[in-house]
Design a protein around this ligand. Structure first.
Ligand code: SAM
Length: 430
């Protein structure tokens, strides 16, 4: 689909003599990439076992590789095991500029479907706290499933408006990513809808919404903290002018870097980012999670845990009928405080309707390592059978077992007399 004529006129004016090269870039197919999930595997190990043909590394993200084709990339054993995430190469640039260190508190304010949130998690390496927020419920479900597949343990997923978050987390975060909803001009090659929905009025509406989101983000950034604002659009109102007006309103914010990635200059689609720092101010402390759960929840879970796992999950936390495991000290907003928490740490499961058993979640399977659970190791053929939802024969003792392939967890099975019953959720079978 061709970009809108009115948009091209603006770009011609903007780019001058570079416009011809920019226009030519629309004749080329979009760049594709994957990012290795270093929570589960090192980049070097992944290079040896990759089911996809890897091209060069992506210059701005050491975990990223260009790939020729993404067809089938979402249906491999390694994808199901959460070893990589398919992500547009330029979209990997903003997080690489956040300079995230282990143990920091990081907010991803506009997080679905989770490309950048899962990237942030791989920088944190399970230490510190990631709050991934998405105010659109359908998109929040996708975010949660990606957080689950990548085995992230230290994430709170919230479904809230930025204003509600800002009231709860004033001056709290060391790093904030605002990957703002935008007019998507940089994605015209990839997404037909971006072309259909584009209009000057929409650019204006996006700029207004981004300004509101940025204002709330500002309130949540601790003194000395860094914030990256990014879009996948070229529109100056949403990019340079947005940042200019933000800096004018906040003299304590210093601009460290601002860059636009053009498809005729880099191997990637259009993107924009601005890296900023809050020069002064405090950092708020909030109490880590309070342990809150019914005894019956703990009893049923611990019974299940003692026969299936080799570890004891340190902190349990209950919300409604869901039990969560907290591996790293994170703060969980109280019920009724205005922030809607969808996931607090790792969702463990819930008691069965008759209160006799604990129904374990797939999320827990993905968050464990092979050394933390009793496992059934399978070859690739059996792994594919398992991922299709079939049972298989195995010589393990009876009980709940973590199915692993090359040591990487795929999900749960329950072994009864040499037959492994499949407990992979139906929705993610391939
Ligand atoms: N960071 C994501 C990733 O890398 O996968 C992509 C984010 S996308 C560009 C922008 C997201 O912002 C969308 O999921 C959209 O639903 C969400 N959004 C829309 N309005 C918002 C608002 N007022 N505050 C926060 N997020 C919003």
């Amino acid at each position: 689909m061709k970009p809108p004529v009115e948009f091209l006129k603006i770009m011609e004016k903007e780019l001058g003599e570079d416009y011809a090269e920019f226009l030519k870039s629309y004749d080329l197919p979009p760049e594709k990439g994957i990012r290795v999930n270093t929570l589960k595997i090192s980049v070097e190990e992944f290079e040896k076992i990759s089911p996809l043909t890897l091209d060069n590394r992506i210059p701005w993200e050491e975990r990223g590789f260009y790939i020729k084709d993404t067809d089938g990339a979402g249906r491999t054993i390694e994808h199901a095991a959460g070893l990589y995430y398919v992500q547009e190469p330029s979209a990997m640039s903003p997080v690489s500029k956040l300079d995230i260190k282990r143990g920091e508190r990081v907010l991803d304010l506009c997080a679905a479907p989770g490309g950048k949130a899962t990237q942030i998690a791989s920088y944190l390496q399970g230490e510190g706290e990631l709050v991934a927020n998405e105010p659109d419920l359908k998109r929040c479900f996708i975010l949660e499933s990606n957080i689950e597949r990548m085995g992230i343990r230290n994430c709170i997923v919230t479904f809230s408006k930025p204003k509600a978050l800002a009231e709860h987390y004033p001056n709290y975060f060391d790093k904030i990513l605002v990957d703002a909803p935008c007019s998507g001009e940089g994605m015209f090659k990839k997404e037909e809808n971006a072309v259909i929905e584009w209009s000057p009025e929409n650019v204006k509406a996006c700029a207004k919404r981004q300004k509101e989101i940025l204002e709330e983000a500002y309130k949540m950034l601790a003194g000395g903290g860094k914030m990256v604002y990014s879009t996948c659009t070229f529109a100056r109102q949403e990019d340079e002018e947005q940042i200019e007006s933000f800096l004018n309103a906040h003299p304590d914010i210093k601009l460290l870097e601002m860059r636009k990635l053009y498809p005729h200059e880099v191997r990637g689609e259009g993107h924009f980012y601005a890296v900023m720092e809050k020069k002064s101010g405090e950092q708020t402390e909030l109490k880590p999670v309070q342990q809150k759960y019914d005894e019956i929840y703990e009893r049923l879970y611990r019974e299940w845990e003692s026969q299936a796992l080799k570890i004891k999950i340190p902190v349990l936390h209950q919300r409604g009928t869901s039990l969560f495991g907290i591996f790293a000290p994170v703060h969980v907003p109280r019920l009724g405080c205005g922030v809607i928490v969808r996931r607090a740490g790792v969702f463990l499961g819930r008691p069965s309707n008759d209160w006799k058993r604990f129904e374990v979640s797939h999320t827990l399977a993905m968050a464990l390592t092979k050394d933390e659970a009793k496992c059934v190791e399978v070859d690739k053929d059996t792994a594919l059978k398992y991922l299709r939802g079939l049972t298989f024969e195995c010589d393990s003792d009876n009980g709940w077992r973590l199915v692993t392939c090359s040591g990487q967890p795929l999900g749960w099975c329950k072994v009864v007399n040499g037959i492994a019953k499949n407990h992979l959720p139906k929705g993610i079978r391939i």
